[in-house]
Design a protein around this ligand. Sequence first.
Ligand SMILES: N[C@@H](CCC(=O)N[C@@H](CS)C(=O)NCC(=O)O)C(=O)O
Length: 211
Amino acid sequence: MSTIQIIGAPQSNFVRVVRMACHEKGVSYDLEVARPHSPPVQAIAATGKIPVMRHGEVALCETRAICGYIDTVFPGPKLIPADPVKAAICEQWMSLVTTHIDNILLRQYLVAYFFPGTPDGSPDRARIDAALPKLGPVFAMLEAELTKHPYLGGDEFTLADMFLFPLVNFLPRGPESAEHMKASPHLQAWFDRVNARPSAVATLPPPMPGR
Ligand SMILES: N[C@@H](CCC(=O)N[C@@H](CS)C(=O)NCC(=O)O)C(=O)O
């Protein structure tokens, strides 16, 4: 079977999730570096969002779908547990990461520092201030979960951890999120555990272009 092609920018959180999934599964892949909305991306994803994937005749967008494909088509350790309850818990956390956690920590908070869209490029203080009260509950949810278990939803490292990890990697960059990290020892210990995995080491993102 042909080699998987992952198309997207290595700085992207979602591209990192798919790359980590390949490494964890033991699947070799080629990374074709492409920006969101560029022609090779747009050819597969009408949204223009990265990552997208090609594997022979198969072309996919959406991180969850790509990872699910990799998990079921290739042999290797299961990224989503086979047990139905554990699988549902894994799905629950992936959904929480993509719909809630990413939305607040990244799109509402960190983006306002690093991609503010202000005329002079300075942080968008109004957006940051609006996001600040929402940070505490998100950190509390993660800290409570990782106080109960070593990984999201249980004792095993799963795709849910891969969904969360690239996002947490950026949290020390925001002053308020850095403070929350310092006050969340179980989240920090989880991060350190995942960060030491070969899949994390192999996919460390390069600096953002122009930064
Ligand atoms: N729902 C998509 C989200 C992917 C996504 O948001 N990718 C970002 C980069 S991390 C992107 O392409 N942003 C460009 C845009 O939103 O226009 C997935 O799960 O793959």
